[in-house]
Write a new protein. Sequence first.
Length: 367
Amino acid sequence: MKITNIRFERATLQLDPPFCPNWDPTPRRTFGATLTIVETDGGIIGYGAGDDMGGFDGYEKHFIGKDLFDIEEHVRTLETITFHAGRYWPIEVAIWDAIGKAKHETVASLFGGAEDSIPAYASTGAIMSAPERAASAVAIRDAGFKAMKIRVPQTQLDLGIETLKLIREAVGNDLDIMVDLNQAWRMPGDTRKSISVDTAMKFVDAAVDYGVYWIEEPLPMEDLEGLKKLRGRGTRIAGGEMVRTIHEINTLIDNDALDIIQADVVLAAGMERSRDIARRANARGHVFTPHTWSNGYGLAANLHVTAGIGGAPFIEFPFDPPTWTSERRDFLMEKPLTVGRDGLLHVPSGAGLGIEPNWSHFKKSVA
């Protein structure tokens, strides 16, 4: 079966009320997403999403006419393109979706089929006061989640500790709590220095008193020695979500700089390479559970890979109502991915990714 065409459909969802993430000073009043479409001469169509795919025009020629099932060749081609341009891993997502449909199997089963569900953690992002975030933790617990993640701005570390204190008072030990300092992530134009190792160490030591499950990106990922100093202080250190090369993530793993490896399969490493990353991490006693904050297709791709490989304690589930809901995140899809009262995110049962586009958001559709 040959690839005959690659194209994109773009859609924008209006956000009213806006979403105000604490990593972006500008309220988000729209949410744009790009659907990647891979067509074949067998009539099978695969879909993916995650990056906006800007600048990809002209690179289609490297895939058209090629064997759909030659995934290693496609991945190596994407790696050469990434060297020159953007992160185009949604192409691989769409190819895996088509392969799964052709074989009448889920992508998770093609990756090993280790699990059919994973405990989800509610990944929050909106700016809130400590009492507001504690109240949201109660709602998250009552919705069935067994874990949640909060963001802490580098200029408000004391507020982060106060928030942890109030959350623990509100939910006791009903929730595992992760904390993200976002020190390896920047909005364009944000040239502030990251916090120092000493500052990060003080925060880690204070946060440990509230039983945090992990602390994410407390330092830039290139600070290997600093990250190693933070490990073994009573909690796990996580990171690596937006690495650009396999060498970068392997350096983090081989230097034992992190406990939790979070390379996102649609924004950093791709699906096939993530399987290798997970094996390498597990061999050194680390855990692979990817970052996944893009849209429903990105979440589904990360879910299939993680469930196929197995062994992840949690999967990230972006969820912070009322301004960031499953319906907003997954507006590209016919049905949003949801977490049950048991706190589990189940792998969709249909072939491929098991999800289909919601064509009502596009100007034109594909049968």
